[in-house]
Design a protein around this ligand. Structure first.
Ligand code: KE4
Length: 432
C-alpha cells in the first residue's frame, strides 16, 4: 500500500484561506487536527463508508461525521426522502406530523423516554436537561464526570472531554465561576467517589449526568455495576439520573446504552443519529418530569428550527433503516473484527495498547492500560497516537483526529474495508 500519491495541495490552499476567515479555520475545534498535527483534509463529498477530499484522495471513514452516519453517508433512501420533503419547504416553525412520527419512534425505542422535546444539537439537549433536572428537584448542584463531554454550555464545560480534552484546555475562559460553582465532578467508574459527594451534599444534588459509555475521553465502557450503582444512589437521595446518549443513542443498541445495560435513567439526551446527519438534538424521559417543560409547564426552552421537517425526515428514515433485522448483529460483527484486529496488530508489532468496542463504537489507547477513566486515558502515548493517525490517513484511513474521541463504524462498512484498514494498521504500527 503506497502513499506516494498522497498529495493535499488543494486541502492546504482551502484550509489556509479558512484560517483567515474562521477561528482555527474550522466550525468546530476538534476538526482542526490540532492534537494530531498536520493540516486537516478538506472534504469534497462522502458516500457509504467513504470520503473523497478536494485532492481526490479516497478514505475509509471511521468518524462518520461524529456519529450520525451510522447507515453510511448519503444513504439513497435518506436522500430520496429529503428530496421529497424539500418540495414541501425547509422549515415550518409550526407543528408537523413528522415530529409526531419521530417522537413516537424515539419513545418506542428508548426505555426511559415517555415524552420528548426536539432541539437542534446535543449541546442544546444537555443544557435543557440540566435546567429541567433543577426545575424538577428544586436543587442546584449537578454531578458530571471528568472526561465526559455534554456540549459546550457553561455549566458543563468543567473537566470536559472531546475537543476540550483534545486541546488540553483547563476548561474555558469566559465561563464565570458562578456558572460552574454548582457543577461537581467525579471520576468515571468510581462509585465510592460519587457516594462521597452525595454524603457531603445529601439534599442539594439535582442529578447525575454521564455518558453511559464514554466516547469523549476515548472509548471507555462502564465497569460492571457502575451504571446500576448510579441508579441506586440517585434514587436513594431523591436525585435524578441522566444518560447523555447523544453519541450512544441508537448506536450501542437501538434503545441505546440503557437498553444494552438494562439500566433506565430518569432523563435521556439524544442527537446525531436521530437527525440522520441534519441538525437535531432531543431530551426526554418520565412524563411527570417532562410535563414541566413549557408550554405544558413553567420550565422555558425554545428553538426556531427545532423539529424542522428536513431533520425529522432524515431522522425518521435513518431509524427505519436501523430497525431492519440483523442491523446490530452486523455492526457488532464488523466492529469486533476491526477492534480485535487492531489490538492483535498492536501486540504483534510491540506497541502496548488496550481498548475495545460495543456495537458500532470502538476505541484504542496506546498504553498497556487498563483505562477505566479519563486520568488513565491521559497516560496513553499521545505522540504515538498522532503518528498512527497520520500514517493511517496517508494510507486512506480516516480516524478521529484525537485520542480523546471514539471510532464509529456503519452499516456501509464491508469486510473488505476492515481488511484494508487492518493491513494499513499493520504497516503503520510496524513503523511506530
Ligand atoms: P453537539 O452540540 O455537538 O451536537 O452535541 C454535544 C455532545 C453532547 N453529548 C455527547 C455525548 C457528545 O458526544 C456531544 C458531541 N460530540 C462531539 C464529538 N465527540 C461532537 C464533535 C464536535 O464537537 O465537533
Amino acid at each position: 500500500m503506497t502513499t506516494t500519491s498522497f498529495t493535499t495541495t488543494k486541502s492546504e490552499e482551502i484550509f489556509s484561506a479558512a484560517l483567515k476567515l474562521m477561528p482555527g479555520g474550522v466550525s468546530s475545534p476538534v476538526r482542526a487536527f490540532k492534537s494530531v498535527g498536520g493540516q486537516p483534509i478538506v472534504f469534497d463529498r462522502v458516500k457509504d463508508a467513504y470520503i473523497w477530499d478536494v485532492d481526490g484522495n479516497h478514505y475509509i471513514d471511521y468518524v462518520g461525521t461524529w456519529g450520525p452516519a451510522i447507515c453510511g453517508h448519503a444513504h439513497p433512501e435518506v436522500i430520496a426522502a429529503l428530496h421529497e420533503a424539500l418540495e414541501k419547504g425547509t422549515s415550518f416553525g409550526a407543528p408537523s406530523v413528522l415530529e409526531n412520527v419521530l417522537a413516537s419512534m424515539v419513545i418506542d425505542a428508548v426505555p426511559s423516554i415517555e415524552m420528548v422535546r426536539f432541539v437542534n444539537s446535543g449541546t442544546e439537549a444537555c443544557m435543557a436537561v440540566i435546567r429541567l433536572m433543577r426545575a424538577f428537584t428544586g436543587r442546584d448542584k449537578i454531578i458530571k464526570f471528568s472526561g465526559c463531554y455534554h456540549g459546550h454550555a457553561d455549566m458543563l464545560l468543567v473537566q470536559a472531554g472531546s475537543g476540550v480534552a483534545t486541546l488540553g484546555l483547563p476548561d474555558s475562559p469566559g465561563v464565570p465561576q458562578s456558572a460552574t460553582a454548582n457543577t461537581l465532578t467525579a471520576t468515571y467508574n468510581d462509585l465510592e467517589g460519587v457516594k462521597a459527594i452525595f454524603e457531603a451534599n445529601p439534599n442539594d444534588i439535582a442529578g447525575v449526568i454521564l455518558e453511559p459509555v464514554v466516547g469523549n475521553a476515548g472509548f471507555i465502557p462502564p465497569d460492571a455495576g457502575f451504571l446500576e450503582g448510579l441508579r441506586l444512589i440517585t434514587k436513594e437521595y431523591n436525585s435524578l439520573l441522566v444518560f447523555d446518549e447523544v453519541m450512544t443513542g441508537f448506536r450501542i443498541a437501538y434503545g441505546g446504552a440503557q437498553e444494552k445495560f438494562g439500566v433506565t435513567p430518569d432523563l435521556t439526551t439524544l442527537g446525531k443519529v436521530i437527525g440522520g446527519g441534519l441538525p437535531v438534538g432531543a431530551y426526554g424521559g418520565r412524563k411527570d418530569i417532562m410535563s414541566l417543560v413549557a408550554p405544558a409547564g413553567p420550565m422555558y426552552q425554545a428553538g426556531t428550527l427545532s423539529g424542522n421537517p428536513l431533520a425529522m425526515t432524515a431522522g425518521i428514515k435513518t431509524l427505519e433503516l436501523l430497525q431492519k433485522p440483523g442491523t446490530y448483529e452486523y455492526l457488532a460483527k464488523i466492529t469486533k473484527k476491526l477492534s480485535e484486529g487492531l489490538l492483535a496488530i498492536a501486540k504483534e508489532t510491540g506497541n502496548p495498547a488496550c481498548g475495545g468496542y460495543i456495537s458500532a463504537m470502538f476505541g484504542m489507547f496506546f498504553t498497556g492500560g487498563p483505562v477505566h477513566n479519563y486520568e488513565d486515558a491521559k497516560k496513553s502515548d499521545l505522540t504515538k497516537f498522532s503518528r498512527f493517525h497520520r500514517g493511517m490517513l496517508e494510507r486512506g484511513i480516516y480516524l478521529a483526529p484525537s485520542q480523546f474521541e471514539a471510532g464509529f463504524t456503519s452499516l456501509a462498512h464491508t469486510d473488505e474495508d476492515i481488511d484494508r484498514t487492518l493491513a494499513a494498521a499493520k504497516e503503520v504500527m510496524s513503523s511506530l
